[in-house]
Design a protein around this ligand. Structure first.
Ligand code: PLP
Ligand code: TYF
Length: 397
């Protein structure tokens, strides 16, 4: 049976971590995978999460099956984060949310649901995008193409190209958009540019699928939801995948959500019934523990405050690392201007390093970056920043 099975390539990002783990050099640095580390290079356990978890353990309860769509309080919390506390949509019954296995799981149940509705639709992802976007939508049966996004010359957005790609798309094309903190480039459209994107999506009758995996890492939890709210205010039917992996530092708990904004309460009920079918045939219902933690934090004013403060501290630390990287590189006298790193948002920077330079960083210095030049700024800290900047200065000299 398995004779003809070929060896599949490794995930380009997760595979790099395997290589990093096998590296015995003590000063090695993993700038590959998109994970937030604290200034000691450790994965943080957030205080808000610790408190919520202790209370859950204290009140130990049996683990029954959750409803197919997950914990009600979790879904309400996820929806409120996206739409905003006072949003009339929350009460309208038009928005529905299902707890999902991370942002990836949310994308996947959304993709499976869309495949059923729009079997012949094409999916457009940004060029470049998170590696898994293409693979995931292809596996769900879609043909995946790209829209113009990144301009390597300016280290910024190719906005004209992006609009042109979207304008050329057939009606009902599914467009995956990063709602904030674009992975892998760190380059986001401005508020004015988003207005224009929304208009084109509307005019061309495209189907927006917003992916928000870094809410809180740009300007703040509320600020980073502004793109989601813009789409919703323009009466667009929209799908949104949320991930709490990074914002709660709960990667392994698989905490995410799929939210769909429908045009009526009645429509929403029909849509949810079908989405539940997709979930049931995939994994039946989501796991309890991570969802219970996030739900506790989102629904307790005290824990929520602690959480947003912690998220703010992570955001500020990443900003400080961007600044230090630029400052140290400048101090090393390199001729290239790296100030674009300060304009990029979220965890990542498209550094402009070439594949050969990335390889040298890995081979000679034990510094692991993605071949595209993407580095995870959230893995820099006060102890490794000089070594990283020195090494970068050497490979670009
Ligand atoms: N979408 C984007 C843009 C991401 O960068 C990630 C990163 O992991 C995900 C989705 C998936 O998140 P999760 O780990 O919660 O599945
Ligand atoms: O882009 C990243 O590094 C994160 C982590 O298949 C990740 O989003 C990478 C690859 C993958 C799943 C998660």
């Amino acid at each position: 049976l398995f004779d003809s099975v070929e060896l599949a390539p490794r995930d380009p990002i997760l595979g790099l971590t395997e290589q990093y783990n096998a590296d015995t050099r003590p000063n090695k640095v993993n700038l590959g995978v998109g994970v937030y580390y604290d200034d000691n290079g450790r994965l943080p356990l957030l205080e808000s999460v610790r408190k919520a978890e202790l209370a859950l353990v204290e009140a130990a309860s049996a683990r029954g099956y959750l409803p197919i769509e997950g914990i009600a309080g979790y879904n309400k919390g996820a929806q409120t984060l996206l739409l905003g506390k006072g949003s009339p949509l929350l009460e309208s019954g038009r928005a529905l949310t299902a707890q999902a296995l991370g942002g990836t799981g949310a994308l996947r149940i959304g993709a499976d649901f869309l495949k059923q509705l729009l079997p012949a639709a094409k999916v457009l992802i940004s060029n470049p995008s998170w590696e898994n976007h293409r693979a995931l939508f292809e596996r769900a049966g879609f043909v995946v193409d790209t829209y113009a996004y990144y301009d390597a010359q300016t280290h910024g957005l190719d906005f004209d190209g992006m609009l042109a790609s979207l304008k050329a798309a057939e009606p009902r094309t599914i467009v995956v958009l990063h709602a904030c903190c674009h992975n892998p480039t760190g380059v986001d459209p401005s508020a004015e540019q988003w207005q224009q994107i929304v208009q084109v999506v509307k005019e061309r009758q495209l189907v927006p699928f917003l992916d928000i995996a870094y809410q809180g890492f740009g300007d703040g939890v509320e600020e980073d939801a502004s793109v989601v709210r813009l789409f919703v205010q323009n009466d667009l039917t929209v799908l949104i995948s949320s991930s709490f992996s990074k914002s709660f530092s709960l990667y392994g708990e698989r905490v995410g959500a799929l939210t769909l904004v429908c045009s009526s309460k009645e429509e929403s009920a029909r849509v949810l019934s079908q989405l539940k079918r997709v979930i049931r045939t995939n994994y039946s219902n989501p796991p309890t523990h991570g969802g219970a933690i996030v739900s506790s934090v989102l629904n307790s004013p005290e824990l929520y405050q602690i959480w947003t403060d912690e998220l703010g501290a992570m955001r500020q630390r990443i900003r400080a690392m961007r600044q230090q990287l630029v400052d140290v590189l400048k101090a090393r006298g390199i001729s290239q201007d790296f100030s674009f790193v300060l304009k990029q948002r979220g965890m990542f920077s498209y550094s402009g390093l070439t594949p050969a330079q990335v390889e040298r960083l890995r081979e000679e210095f034990g510094i692991y970056a993605i071949g595209t030049g993407r580095i995870c700024v959230a893995a820099l800290n006060s102890k490794n920043i000089d070594y990283v900047a020195d090494s970068i200065a050497k490979v670009i000299a």
